[in-house]
Every structure is written in C-alpha cells, then in structure tokens.
Design a protein around this ligand. Structure first.
Ligand code: V47
Ligand code: SF4
Length: 374
C-alpha cells in the first residue's frame, strides 16, 4: 500500500478509481481546502453535469413522543411533557392536503417511537394519505422506526416493509444512521438499531424494490476514522444492491440536546465532509446539501464541493429547529431556483426517485430518470 498523497489521489479520481480508507482519512486532514473541493467537483460533474436538483416537499412528524433518548436529539419528548404531541388523522390529512395543493411531489414522514401506539397506527398514517393523494410520494419511516415496528409486532423487518409498501410506502429516508461505528453509536444512541440492523433493513428494502437514502450525523463526538468507516460501510452495501439514491451529511446542531457543550461544525467542516463524501461514495448517484441545517450560504457553496442537490422547499421542519437551526422553515420555488442559479448551476426539479418534473398549467407530470450511474 502506498502512502496517500494529493497527486496520487488526483490520479485515481481522474481515472475513476476507487479511493481507499487511508485516502479518505488523508483527505479529511487535507489543508488544501480548495484542492479538495476541486477533486469532489470532478466526480460531481462527471455524474450530474451542471445540474442541481431540488424537489417540492413537506415534512410530517406525526408524533414527537419517543421511547429512545438519543443524546443528540432535541426533538423527542416524554409522553407527559408539555411539548408532547400526537397528530390526529384530520391534522395529518390536512398537512398532506396543503402539501399537495402547493404542488408537492413528496411527503417526508418520520417521528418518535410512541410506545402507546401500535404498528397499525403507523400504517394508517400512510394508508389515509395514500388513499387521499395517491400521487404524493411517501418517503417514510427510518430504519430505526422499521426496527421498532419489528420489536412491537414480532414480524420480521422484511414483513414490516412489505406491509408498509402495501399501504403506500414509496421509499425510505436516510435518517437513523448517525455514526455506525460502535464506539460512537453505543455512546450517543445505544438502544436503537445498530449498524448491521440499519444496513440490513436498507438491504431488504432494496431487495423488494424500495429505494432509500442514507445520512451521517457528524460534528459531535466522532472522529475522522469513524466518518470514513461510516462511508465505507455504505459504499459496500451500495455495491451489493445499488438501491441508494442520495447521501445526506447532517451537521450536528447542539442546542437543547444532551451534547449542548459541543460547538456546531464550522462551514469549513461542512464543506470538507461534503467533498470527502462525494469522493468516497463513488457509487452513490447523488449527494444532497440539506440547506435547513447547513444554512443557505453553505448549501450554495456545497454545490462546488460535491453536492448536486439542494433539498427542498421544506415546510414544518422540527428536528433541526428544535435543536437551534435558525434557517427559515421553507423556501419558495422561485427563491430556491434563484439560489441555485447564483451558484452557476442549472436548477432541475425532480421527484423523490430522481425523475424530471415538468410543470404546466394543468399540474405536474413525471419525465425521464436523471443521471444514473453507468
Ligand atoms: O436521524 C437529529 C438527525 C435525522 C439532530 O432522506 C440531528 O432525504 C443534527 O434523516 N442535529 C433525521 N441532526 C433527518 C434525516 C433527513 C433529513 C433530510 C433529508 C433526508 C432524506 C433525511 O436528523 C436523524 C438524526 O441523524 N438529527 N437530531 C441534531 N440535533
Ligand atoms: Fe427518538 Fe429519533 Fe430522537 Fe432518537 S433521534 S430520540 S429515535 S426521535
């Protein structure tokens, strides 16, 4: 094995060769920040040309009551807390209806693990929305939630996924991945699905035709070794299934969490993570800059550090705003397109599965699939 150097890595990137664990760790320590961005941009433009994708979506968090106590989470609540809530069917349908009327193509549904609610309740959330708005894509329930449903039903996770698919599940969001390495995971969220559990659920989803996303929560107690390890575990699964669509690095927001003494990652750390993710995850078609947590300026810059997606026209976001995010809760399509154009990229509206969306006076329709890996 040769010692990594920037020029050796550049040669690999130019040749489309895979980077090693050592390369990933070296890149994280790299002081030439702009060289790192330039390398990530080669891969970004090779896969996605000059496009930056966005979608029109709404977040729905049906309850914040959660049996788990992840140390990084400001969203969860105990059943008897003042801030505890549980949405009624009417509220859920109202939220879905207003999303649909705004032209949303996707609802992103995740929440706490409410120990007084049975699996049927979580299923009904999808079923009632799907029945009322069959064309609204339901990106719902993280692998941690799927694992919880297994625990409360005695079904296998594959059976849980099949039942949810039956009532309208469209794809899985990438949440709950945090950091896979047990040295970190056992400290920040010891009770929930472990790395193998999370990865197996995504594998099963891919096997039954459900696409999914992946995330990594960075900027808390983890180090570079843990981050690169996380990326490599995702890359290995993607080699086997090809079912991941996009990777979203999530910057830790410390306010109101059990880790509130940690400082939020800097814009430099955010952009480095974006770039290393793009370079290491050579088999992921897309890398998403989630502006809600990066802030708008960094999410724009990220379009030159590996990202090709600016999620989304999000409304009703709670997880980050509870943890101190000061970004607006929503951007209009006009604002979002202008932000993308300012970065010298071409805005393209997509649906959850990365088909082009075409709009005219009669509404929206799906077009062809966008930029898939060869
Ligand atoms: O799993 C929780 C993270 C995730 C905090 O799939 C926090 O398209 C930072 O996964 N600071 C949920 N992060 C959000 C998520 C997501 C977001 C956008 C798009 C997609 C997608 C998925 O949020 C959790 C956890 O990793 N999180 N608390 C916090 N204080
Ligand atoms: Fe519960 Fe999810 Fe918060 Fe963990 S991150 S405490 S599982 S709501």
């Amino acid at each position: 094995m040769t010692t990594p150097s920037l020029s050796a890595i550049r040669e690999k990137v130019d040749a489309g060769e895979r980077l090693s664990r050592e390369d990933g760790e070296f890149l994280y320590e790299q002081e030439d920040f702009f060289a790192l961005g330039e390398l990530a941009n080669i891969v970004r433009e090779r896969l996605n040309s000059n496009y930056t994708y966005y979608n029109i979506n709404t977040h729905l968090n049906p309850t914040n009551v959660c049996v788990y106590r992840c140390r990084f989470c400001a969203f969860r609540s105990d059943l008897k807390d003042e801030k505890a809530y549980l949405m009624s069917d009417e509220e859920i349908l109202e939220r879905a209806g207003s999303a649909w009327n705004r032209g949303a193509t996707e609802l992103h549904i995740v929440g706490g693990l409410h120990h007084k609610k049975e699996f049927d309740w979580y299923k009904r959330v999808l079923a009632i929305i799907h029945e009322a708005y069959p064309d609204l894509h339901l990106k719902a329930y993280t692998a941690v939630e799927i694992d919880w449903f297994r625990r409360i039903t005695g079904l296998s996770t594959r059976e849980v996924l099949l039942e949810l698919k039956e009532v309208g599940l469209g794809s899985l969001p990438g949440g709950g991945a945090e950091i896979f390495h047990p040295d970190v995971r056992d400290d920040i969220c010891e009770h929930k699905a472990d790395a193998d559990g999370w990865l197996d659920i995504h594998r099963e989803a891919h096997e039954i035709g459900i696409r999914s996303n992946a995330t990594m929560l960075y900027g808390h107690i983890e180090n570079v070794h843990h981050r690169v390890d996380h990326l490599i575990r995702l890359r290995e699964l993607q080699d086997q299934t090809g079912g991941f669509q996009t990777f979203i690095p999530l910057a830790f927001h410390p306010e109101n969490t059990g880790l509130s003494d940690i400082r939020k990652p800097s814009a430099i750390a955010d952009l480095k993570t974006m770039a290393v993710s793009r370079l290491m995850l050579d088999n992921f078609p897309h890398i998403k800059a989630y502006w809600i947590m990066l802030g708008i300026g960094t999410a724009q810059l990220a379009q030159w550090f590996g990202a090709d997606d600016l999620d989304g026209t999000v409304v009703h976001e709670l997880i980050y705003h509870d943890a101190g995010a000061t970004t607006p809760e929503a951007l209009t399509v006009t604002q979002l397109r202008r932000l993308i154009e300012e970065t010298n990229r071409v805005p393209v509206e997509r649906d959850t599965l990365y088909h082009h969306i075409h709009r005219d006076d009669s509404g929206w329709r799906q077009g062809e699939a966008i930029a898939v890996l060869a």
